[in-house]
Design a protein around this ligand. Sequence first.
Ligand code: FES
Length: 75
Amino acid sequence: MPRFQILVCDGPSCGITHESDRLVTLLKAGIAADPGLKTRCYVAAYNCFGRCSEGPTCSCGRWPPTRRAKSSRVR
Ligand code: FES
């Protein structure tokens, strides 16, 4: 099942002017309240995306899959 990450800019424009920390809080609360999303979505504050006048800016995408442990070899 695909997993997703949502990165929210906390750079100077998005973070201070547009209070992107509130967006992070709301996203985390919404995801935590949904059992179907809770294990599949990751939200974090991130650096400036370079689109400061359009903020608060977010990036949504696939959350990289975790690496599986190598199975032990049978001898
Ligand atoms: S401060 Fe958010 S994109 Fe630059």
